[in-house]
Ligand binder design. Structure first.
Ligand code: NAP
Length: 244
């Protein structure tokens, strides 16, 4: 049976672990070849590629610190050279270093905004020329319930994740006629390494009574990758923590 995303090339930033890893594997399961970007955990990224290959798809691990402008350009250039036009871009890479009002510095702000927000802008701009020429594309930005509620990580995190939503809306409005949908997913507390560093997000504080799984977020990403009529939306995957 032909898979729905067969022949599509996906690039998932921050796909060596957690939510990005689950999204990369889900997209491969639907037929896409997937570029697995990572910052430092090369072994983990290679393991994800092996999972992708077991599904009969091509996987490539590409190191790039997306907080660096030149690295983002190099990442997209390499994926396009080795695989072809990126049809599905998932801007997932993110950092969540907690800082209180008393602790936060300008440096904390700049680092977080570079990785969590500017990288999504740069990667989107880099993939768009070929995506527009192809007349088909899916851009999925991973935001957070922190964009909607403030959250616990800090003002820099909440602002970066809210910025992702504005970015998504602009591109969605301007690309709708070109076969390109742009959406965001706003996860609540998901059981990953990032969350392990935030012990105050206890499962009993979540209305459904547990943390979410990376696979539950990947389900939403897969739906957005398949669907051509959903654009400009923020999909909450949050266990009822934020009810919109
Ligand atoms: P995670 O387990 O900490 O994994 C982070 C991933 O991003 C890793 O693959 C890491 O690569 C990569 N990464 C980090 N900084 C990078 C950089 N500068 N350049 C390239 N890759 C980078 O995080 P997660 O929980 O899966 O979170 C994924 C996304 O979901 C983030 O945007 C996060 O803000 C968002 N989110 C998470 C939650 C949650 O509860 N977990 C909730 C809402 C939103 P290495 O392995 O090489 O370090």
């Amino acid at each position: 049976m032909k898979k729905e995303l067969a022949g599509r090339i996906a690039l998932v930033t921050g796909a060596s672990r957690g939510i990005g890893r689950a999204i990369a594997i889900a997209l491969a399961g639907a037929g896409a070849d997937v570029a697995v970007n990572y910052r430092s955990k090369a072994d983990e990224a290679r393991k994800v590629c092996r999972e992708i290959e077991k599904l009969g798809r091509r996987g490539i691990a590409v190191q790039a610190d997306v907080g660096r402008t030149t690295a983002v350009a190099g990442l997209v250039e390499r994926v396009q050279r080795e695989f072809g036009t990126v049809a599905i871009l998932v801007n997932n890479a993110g950092v969540g270093r907690m800082r209180t009002i008393e602790e936060i510095t300008e440096e904390d702000w700049d680092e977080m905004l570079a990785v969590n927000l500017k990288a999504a802008f740069l990667a989107t701009q880099a993939v768009l020329p070929a995506m527009r020429a192809a007349g088909w594309g899916r851009i999925i930005n991973i935001s957070s319930v922190a964009a909607q509620m403030g959250g616990v990580v800090g003002p820099h995190y909440a602002a970066s994740k809210a910025g992702i939503l504005g970015l998504m809306r602009y591109y969605a409005a301007h690309l709708a006629r070109e076969g390109i949908t742009v959406n965001a997913i706003a996860p609540g507390p998901i059981d990953t390494d990032m969350l392990a560093a935030l012990p105050q997000l206890r499962p009993d504080l979540i209305p459904v009574g547990r943390l979410g799984t990376a696979e539950e977020v990947a389900d939403a990403a897969l739906m957005l990758a398949r669907n051509g009529y959903i654009t400009g939306q923020t999909i909450g995957v949050n266990g009822g923590r934020y009810i919109s």
